[in-house]
Design a protein around this ligand. Sequence first.
Ligand code: SF4
Length: 237
Amino acid sequence: MDARRTQLWQAMGLGPIYRLRGATTQPSVTSEAARPAIDRAAAIARLDWKELRQEVAGCRACTLCETRKQTVFGVGNANAEWMLIGEAPGAEEDARGEPFVGQAGRLLDNMLASIGMSREGQTPKSVYIANVLKCRPPGNRNPQPEEVAKCEPFLLRQIELVAPALIVVMGRFAAQSLLGTDASIASLRGKPHWINVAGRQIPVVVTYHPAYLLRNLIDKEKSWADLCLARTVHTAD
Ligand code: SF4
């Protein structure tokens, strides 16, 4: 993290707000009950891309494995400067095995195109996209805390491997989950937050989920403001 940049953002009234991800998986006092989860997270944290993809594809750590058609791992540039994170696969994603397809996916692609970015290719303008959960919750219900806890090590490892300069988190659930807060999306938007993944601080900009924007066109303007904020925090070049 560049100290001069931090000062600049603070002078602009743009944070920072820090969230240490490591604290939730590394308790200072380790109970026997918590040890298997910590061992599993530590094992996942050592996987390379190929191993991680295989581990997710075969995962049966929570009950969502019983109703999914397939896991939805992630897509895009594995060395992306921008990483986009959503909630969980929907019906179309579950069927196709790719995040953000269908109408919401097209809107996301259009939003990215408006700032010269894309999920395609391997250039600095190519993003990486993943979800908090890799399996579809039945009926698109809200993810349960135990499902998030089981799946979180996969996302954290994806973030560590991509090592993005910026994360754009889409939707209330993903924002609250990643930032470890129950604050409203309205209060989280408009300023960068910070998470620490494996000792690396990463700025996070919160915006609406494209599926929400399809139902609430009036908020598209706000999502444009969020993308402009994201570009202020980090411009891929
Ligand atoms: S949602 Fe995550 S933890 Fe649950 S089965 Fe799927 S990959 Fe495993």
